[in-house]
Design a binder for this molecule. Structure first.
Ligand code: URA
Length: 234
């Protein structure tokens, strides 16, 4: 697929479009060895070699990241007061269009995907795709067999919305692992609310077959490998 040179330079170097145009007009960019000063020049980035100030510019159509979200940070692209997950991205990972894939509450920690690929995000979130999301929940009471059974049968939330069956298992008395296949607003907390349990701590540990590595610091961000992306959809 063809792309305009100014868009490509702006995206891949993470600089404003206006700055990309200036650099192109000044002759700093070459396409397949030839300096191109026309910023509207269009080319296929899969087939051409681009150099900026004589250094190769690598091409990635999309970026796929994951972060170990800390508490206090919101799952949004921008906010006037609060810190967002996008604010946590290292400079090298900042690009136009990067957005969290779904949401974790402000006080929820753990695995959050971030990408500029809308189709990918849709496929991960869509309840139709039934990608399992696994959480560890620390509760203010005990998990009984009846609660496990009612999660298995599909909880009906206080507003009457029916949830898909969820798999609840006890880790210890008041800590549970829960697997859900959709992502309704505050879903896990609301599901436990229905059975009279409050959630003190919530952490997402995996999406599909991909789990947050144990050695990852809170706030740390990494790029997903192709194998890890495949695991998400496993
Ligand atoms: N369910 C919740 O209630 N909160 C989250 O952050 C994620 C799932």
């Amino acid at each position: 697929m063809k792309i305009r040179l100014d868009k490509f330079i702006s995206n891949q170097l993470n600089i404003p479009r206006s700055m990309a145009r200036t650099q192109i007009k000044r002759g700093k960019v070459s396409v397949d060895g030839e300096v191109i000063r026309d910023f509207a020049f269009s080319f296929d980035p899969e087939l051409s070699k681009i150099r900026y100030k004589n250094e190769a510019v690598s091409y990635k159509e999309h970026l796929y990241l994951y972060i170990n979200k800390p508490k206090g940070v919101i799952s949004a692209t921008e906010d006037k007061q609060k810190q967002t997950v996008i604010d946590l991205l290292p400079e090298a990972f900042r690009r136009q269009g990067m957005a969290p894939v779904g949401r974790l509450d402000r006080d929820t920690t753990g695995l959050l995907l971030i990408t500029d690929d809308g189709d990918f995000a849709h496929n991960v979130i869509s309840p139709k795709k039934q990608i399992v999301k696994t959480y560890i929940a620390e509760l203010d009471g005990d998990i009984t067999e009846e609660i496990i059974e009612s999660f298995k049968n599909g909880i009906t939330l206080a507003d009457g919305k029916k949830c898909l069956p969820a798999v609840l298992s006890r880790v210890c008395e008041n800590t549970a692992e829960i697997k859900i296949y959709e992502g309704k607003y505050h879903q896990v907390k609301r599901m436990f609310g229905v059975v009279g349990l409050g959630v003190n701590e919530l952490k997402r540990i995996s999406i599909g077959g991909f789990s947050l590595p144990e050695n990852m610091e809170l706030g740390e961000c990494r790029e997903l490998t192709d194998e890890e992306i495949a695991l998400i959809f496993e």
